[in-house]
Design a protein around this ligand. Structure first.
Ligand SMILES: [Zn+2]
Length: 479
């Protein structure tokens, strides 16, 4: 198949090759020699900054405050919560030497911060008046990754982790679900990802959690991407770290804690939810450049067009539209069109001498066919409108895709067929061995017990035992 050097393997031909080529060619990331790590280049990092700013705003609006805790954790701290350390052990990076000698106690590079923050909560909380304590941290964490994939599974990744302490289960559960709701909104409203939220089955729980909730997105190859999780930790960490408070009746009580996280993995989600054969398709709210102006014309003509192109960009930027002028004079317009398509820019404006004389520019959208003129005078309002429409189109398109790749199934044959191309809504018995068996046979795992799933009884799609959850689960192959 012929394609120019900048192009990528078509998504429809090989999804995995498409993704792996695209993250480099769109200049989102670069390689680094340490296993599973990546450099996030400015174009990729800008997407993260936009996402991060939105998440941060919502976290603060729901009453949380940011703090920062250390990267290195004494090994003994991690060992205090048995399930937690067991769950994370294989992924830990351990510092044994520092300052030119062996350390008395090895230090763990944080895989998550429950243990660090738990220790500090124990110190900072003494009375019911100190509760709830609502903390969030923006940080990098390290989990050794044997099958790395850019953004999706990397040894070091960027995220936020919320950690909260409460007087009782009811308040902690409210928090767990409120955090989940933030993730649903971030995914839908900013990333245009129509995620499904729900609870994880026991086999898929976070190590040390009593209940784990998730938001799951469907990628364009039909696989699921766990895009954010929220955990009710009960009193497990409070007991391990002695997080106690004096209640109103003067009794000593353990706090009920939660933790929740969303990471730069979301960028992988955006790529795989919206991208197509030509490359990235970015939701305007996360696009580093929402509009790119390509000046048209050769030699003197290009020179003539550049100042008005710059002026137009300035007007658009002042109107809050992130606009970039492609001033690369050594490249042809055709090359530039392909380049910005590959990089997912929502709207392209062509500006040539003839357009300029007519007081307009030629607009094309990343998913549209054909071009339409936009009057320069009213360009800010028109483009604002077009960007909003494009953002909505992406959510609608992704929702249609998800719905047309989700099947309600009642037999094992239907199940096995459905999870080849998407999700299956099926009954399950809840036995861990049965989940393992389903996974071994099809690679599919229970993604969640969907919050919005209607109550329904039935028999396990694999073993015919009664359903354990009172509703159908979503099964799918996952990243
Ligand atoms: Zn079963």
């Amino acid at each position: 198949m012929a394609r120019d050097e900048r192009g990528v393997t078509p998504q429809s031909e090989d999804f995995s090759a498409w993704y792996n080529e695209l993250v480099f060619k769109a200049e989102l990331v670069d390689r680094w020699p340490v296993r599973g790590t990546m450099v996030i280049r400015p174009y990729g990092y800008r997407i993260w900054e936009l996402l991060q700013a939105d998440i941060d705003r919502r976290i603060k609006e729901t009453g949380h405050v940011n703090a920062y805790f250390p990267l290195l954790i004494p090994e003994s701290y991690l060992q205090r919560e048995a399930e937690h350390v067991e769950g994370f052990s294989p992924e830990l990076a351990v510092v044994t030497h520092a300052g030119g000698k062996e350390l008395e106690e090895p230090l763990i590079v944080r895989p998550t911060s429950e243990t660090v923050i738990g220790e500090m909560m124990a110190k900072w909380i003494s009375s019911y008046r100190d509760l709830p304590m609502l903390l969030n941290q923006w940080a990098n964490v390290v989990r050794w990754e044997l099958r790395p994939r850019m953004f999706l599974r990397t040894t070091e990744f960027l995220w936020q982790e919320g950690h909260t302490a409460h007087v009782d289960e009811a308040d902690a559960m409210r928090e767990t679900l409120a955090a989940l709701d933030v993730y649903v909104r971030v995914a839908r409203e900013i990333a245009a990802m129509p995620v499904v939220d729900g609870e994880k089955t026991p086999g898929e729980r976070f190590p040390g959690a009593v209940r784990t909730y998730t938001v799951e997105g469907m990628m364009r190859d039909g696989r699921a991407l766990q895009s954010g999780t929220s955990h009710y930790l009960g009193t497990n960490f409070a007991k391990a770290f002695d997080i106690q408070y004096t209640a109103e009746d003067d009794q000593q009580e353990y706090c009920h804690t939660t933790s929740w996280g969303m990471s730069a993995r979301m960028i992988g989600g955006v790529i795989m939810t919206h991208g197509d054969d030509k490359g990235l398709v970015l939701p305007p709210l996360l696009a580093p450049y929402q509009v790119v102006i390509v000046p048209i014309g050769r030699g003197g003509q290009a020179g003539q067009v550049l100042p008005p192109a710059g002026e137009l960009a300035e007007r658009l930027n002042r109107a809050g539209i992130r606009t970039h002028v492609d001033t690369r004079t050594h490249l042809s317009p055709g090359f530039k069109f392909n380049d910005w398509e590959l990089r997912g820019v929502p709207i392209r404006l062509e500006l040539g001498p003839r357009d300029l004389a007519g007081g307009s520019a030629l607009m094309s959208t990343r998913l549209g066919e054909g071009k339409s003129p936009v009057s320069l005078d009213s360009a800010p309002a028109r483009l604002q409108f077009e960007l909003t429409a494009f953002q909505e189109l992406l959510l609608r398109r992704a929702t249609d895709f998800r719905d047309s790749h989700t099947a309600t199934v009642n037999s094992w044959e239907e199940f096995a067929e459905a999870v080849k191309t998407g999700w299956a809504l099926a009954f399950a018995c809840g036995q861990p061995e049965c989940e393992d068996d389903i996974k071994a046979a099809t690679s599919a795992t229970p993604r969640c017990i969907p919050t919005d799933g209607p109550p329904e009884e039935g028999l396990c799609v694999r073993c015919n035992m009664p359903s354990a959850y009172g509703k159908r689960l979503i099964f799918g192959r996952a990243y």
